[in-house]
Design a protein around this ligand. Structure first.
Ligand SMILES: Nc1nc2c(ncn2[C@@H]2O[C@H](COP(=O)(O)OP(=O)(O)OP(=O)(O)O)[C@@H](O)[C@H]2O)c(=O)[nH]1
Length: 242
């Protein structure tokens, strides 16, 4: 019998409840972000390039969506970029036209970020603030996608300075109230790092599983066994048997 015929056709998630995967401190984080919004010129949303269509927080769009918006798909070094064109086309259809892929360990694509922000703000009528030379950005995203790493990479590139924002392998490293961090001298650019905020209504258990596998939800909240099982199922579906 062919090996592929033995593989599962679907994945049984059982009676899982995703609501409790949203820790309470995230609601507080979102409230603080909304309060800061008046002084922000542009929102930079960081997401994991491995799941470009899953798990972005719709609440960001509802509550923060009025400002110019740049989507950074980070961890491109871990993603399958043969699909890059298709990803960009699909995001454009969803109204997301400003997208940059990055790997925080390399400067190549990080270099595109500040010019893209400057261009976005420059072309946004509402935010032409001639009297104010400094620009303020808010970096948002679900936990552990690399928001702090991006800020540190921008500082390394533009200011030749070290880490200003704590980085960690577990979700939920950045919990502090928003701190203002300089990332560029010319143009004068400041960023607010924010705590990662998951959607309180993750659209499905499958989306939750993808978020967990990319490290945005703590493993034990979801269950290590089912995560491993779903990963195996997905790899088999994609015929990645190695
Ligand atoms: N492979 C790879 N790993 C990355 C990249 N950027 C960040 N990481 C790693 O991803 C993990 C999370 O990075 P952080 O910068 O702390 O993420 P964050 O979004 O600020 O996390 P929270 O504070 O939990 O919201 C760390 O282990 C980083 O080293 C990248 O471009 N590629």
């Amino acid at each position: 019998m062919r090996f592929s015929l033995l593989l599962r056709r679907g994945f049984e998630f059982g009676e899982r409840e995703v609501a409790h995967w949203f820790p309470g401190h995230m609601a507080r984080g979102l409230k603080q972000m909304k309060a800061k919004l008046k002084s922000i010129d542009c929102i930079v949303e960081v997401h994991d390039a491995r799941i470009p269509f899953s798990g972005r927080n719709p609440i960001f769009e509802e509550s923060l969506g009025i400002k110019p918006h740049l989507l950074i798909l980070n961890k491109m070094d871990l993603a399958d970029l043969t699909q890059e064109k298709r990803i960009l086309t699909k995001l454009k259809q969803q109204g997301i036209g400003n997208v940059i892929f990055t790997d925080c360990a390399r400067d190549k694509n990080i270099k595109q970020v500040v010019p893209a922000i400057t261009k976005l703000i420059g072309s946004s009528q509402r935010f032409q603030r001639a009297e104010n030379a400094e620009t303020c950005i808010m970096v948002i995203g679900v936990p552990n996608v690399g928001k702090s790493s991006l800020i540190n990479a921008l500082r390394r590139l533009h200011l030749r300075k070290g880490k200003a924002s704590r980085v960690g392998g577990e979700p939920g490293i950045t919990r502090a109230v928003l701190t203002r961090i300089q990332v560029s001298e010319s143009p004068l650019l400041y960023l607010f790092d924010t705590p990662g905020v998951l959607s309180p209504r993750i659209e499905s258990v499958e989306t939750g599983m993808k978020l967990a596998l990319c490290g945005t939800i703590l493993d034990h909240l979801v269950g290590e066994d089912i995560m491993a099982n779903y990963l195996l199922y997905t790899l088999n579906q994609q015929q990645q048997y190695r």
